[in-house]
Every structure is written in structure tokens, then in C-alpha cells.
Ligand binder design. Structure first.
Ligand SMILES: [Zn+2]
Length: 327
């Protein structure tokens, strides 16, 4: 029986640890093998090179369960940008082309695989949070201690994440039909741009629609309109960085236009757009020791505050007044 908040917090911590330890199934269609730690970006190439022999990188860590959600942490590269995604066999077989040097980042299959992984990562994050909510809701100890309001709020949050997972179903099917077909159907559109080298690596997916637009749509129409997804990868190579942006070909005209325009402009203009996207849209990024010490460390709290604010920022396509790539 729980008698005070301290005991309640301890119980939540225990449930959280169980959720994090729980085995996840391989995300590949039809496979039920246990998932290993899959890396969003090439571990032995991109990440190793970025770590400059130190085998560790500074990652923006997101704790979905904690109040102070974001922080920069030095992590060994075996752990960075990783998630329980695919089984050993699928992780090495399906993603071979993005794990074997040299990788051609202008190649459609490479762009598709990077985006598929980023998509599965987002989906898995939601599944893990839903699992966490379910464990709290199902706990008799919590039931005896908490109020109805607590459960109502929790169920609402769980429902939101379940909606998010359901909304990605069509996209998932499109990824799978493209990945499984022997000749590519060209369902996705990707653009690439070579940029001056920045010692940051990022890979993620976000919706074109801002939280504010989603809110207006669901409140006015009373239903969930299908969302448009955008994939963004920013990868440091030996002497330059490469940016890839993409979406489904049948995305809304506004989304398609946004994607087509994103990499246009001077290097600095494009880099600023990427910096804004890292702050407001993408949670998965990391950097070299040097970048952390020159560009982040002295204003770490401010950057975290911006990223944190990004979570409740309703206009994610806006520009911010911070530029990560300039010290
Ligand atoms: Zn598998």
C-alpha cells in the first residue's frame, strides 16, 4: 500500500525501469524475434568518425518520463542514437547498404532506409510510452492511491499516443511496400544538399502540420486529418556535411512545397533552417566533443530551454532566435 508521494515516486521509478528493460519485438513485418539496439546512423562510419577516436559523443537525451526532459550527456557510441528497433538479422541484412562504406547519401534506397529507421524509432518511442501509461493504469497500488482525475489525464495522454501510432499506419505500409518490392516504386521524394561540415549528426521524422494546425483541424472537423510526415537527416562526413529531406510524393501540396524549398538558399540560410528544425522538430541529435565545448556548453541551459519550449511550441515551422552552429 502506498502512503505518501515519496513511495508513489519510487513505484513510478520501478515501473519505468521495467518498461525500459522490457523486451521489444523486431519491427520488421512478420518478424517476432527480440529487437537489439538499432542505430539511427551508421555506427562504425559516421558516429565513430565524429567521435574522433574518443568513442563517445554528446547526445541530446530525451527522458519522456521525467519532468526535466532534455539534457546533454556524454554517451559511448554503442549507445548513441540507438533504440530497440530490429532483430540482429534484420538490422544487419536490411540496413546493410547504409552500414557499409562508402555510403552514397544521394541514393534513393539509402535515403529510404534512413527514413524508415527514423520512422520506426518514433513509433517505438510512442509504443514504449503507451506501455508505461498502461502499467501505471493497471497497477492496483496506484489505483488505491491516486484520484480519478489522475487516471483521466493519464488515459487521455495514452490515447493521444495511440492516435499517433495509428496515424503512422499508412506511412508504415508505404515504407514496407517500397522496401519489399524488387524494383523501387518511387513513392517518396528526397532532396540532398552538400553543406560545410558541422560536427552534428541528426536523423528524425516530424509532421509538416504544426501542433497549432493539428489542434485547429481536430477541434473544427472533430476528426483526425491524415498528417504529412517529413524526414530530415543531417550527416557529417569527412570534409562536408550532407542534408537530406524527404516526404511521400502524395503529400499535401503545402508539405511538398516546404520540402522542395527547405534546402534552397545560401549555406548559412539552409544551416539556420536545420538548426531550427533540431530545436523545434527533431529530438535525435548528437555532436562531437569539440562542437559541444565551442557551441553548446556555455549556453547549455538556454539550448535545453529552447528545446524544451519546442515541445509545447505550437508553431514548429517558425524560426528561432538561436543558431546552434555559430558559437
Ligand atoms: Zn527481425
Amino acid at each position: 500500500m502506498i502512503q505518501n508521494d515519496k513511495q508513489f515516486k519510487a513505484l513510478l521509478t520501478r515501473l519505468k525501469e521495467n518498461v525500459q528493460k522490457a523486451k521489444r519485438e523486431c519491427a520488421y513485418p512478420g518478424c517476432s524475434e527480440a529487437a537489439i539496439k538499432s542505430h539511427l546512423l551508421q555506427r562504425n562510419g559516421v558516429l565513430k568518425q565524429l567521435s574522433a577516436g574518443q568513442n563517445a559523443l554528446f547526445e541530446l537525451i530525451h527522458h519522456a518520463f521525467d519532468e526535466r526532459q532534455f539534457k546533454f550527456k556524454l554517451e559511448g557510441i554503442s549507445k548513441t542514437l540507438s533504440f530497440p528497433g530490429f532483430c540482429q538479422d534484420h538490422d544487419s541484412r536490411i540496413f546493410k547498404v547504409v552500414e557499409t562504406e562508402p555510403v552514397d547519401y544521394t541514393d534513393y534506397s539509402v535515403q529510404l532506409l534512413l527514413s524508415y529507421k527514423a520512422f520506426v524509432n518514433e513509433k517505438r518511442k510512442k509504443e514504449i510510452v503507451v506501455d508505461w501509461y498502461s502499467r501505471i493504469i493497471d497497477s492496483h497500488l496506484v489505483r488505491d492511491y491516486q484520484t480519478e482525475t489522475f487516471f483521466r489525464d493519464l488515459k487521455k495522454s495514452k490515447y493521444q499516443d495511440e492516435l499517433g501510432i495509428a496515424d503512422g499506419k499508412i506511412l508504415q505500409e508505404q515504407f514496407e511496400s517500397e522496401l519489399l518490392s524488387s524494383h523501387k516504386l518511387g513513392l517518396f521524394r528526397f532532396l540532398t544538399r552538400k553543406l560545410p561540415r558541422v560536427e552534428i549528426a541528426a536523423s528524425g521524422v516530424f509532421t509538416f502540420e504544426t501542433s497549432s494546425e493539428i489542434f485547429v483541424n481536430t477541434t473544427i472537423s472533430g476528426e483526425n486529418i491524415p498528417l504529412n510526415y517529413i524526414f530530415l537527416h543531417f550527416i557529417p562526413l569527412h570534409d562536408h556535411s550532407v542534408a537530406i529531406i524527404g516526404c511521400l510524393n502524395d503529400s499535401s501540396p503545402a508539405c511538398l512545397q516546404y520540402v522542395l524549398d527547405f534546402l534552397k538558399g545560401t549555406d548559412k540560410q539552409v544551416l539556420k533552417k536545420i538548426s531550427d528544425a533540431l530545436i523545434l522538430q527533431i529530438e535525435n541529435w548528437l555532436m562531437s566533443h569539440e562542437f559541444y565545448h565551442t557551441n553548446i556548453k556555455h549556453r547549455q541551459d538556454l539550448v535545453v530551454e529552447y528545446v524544451q519550449r519546442g515541445q509545447t511550441h505550437y508553431h514548429e515551422r517558425d524560426a528561432t532566435n538561436i543558431f546552434l552552429f555559430e558559437p
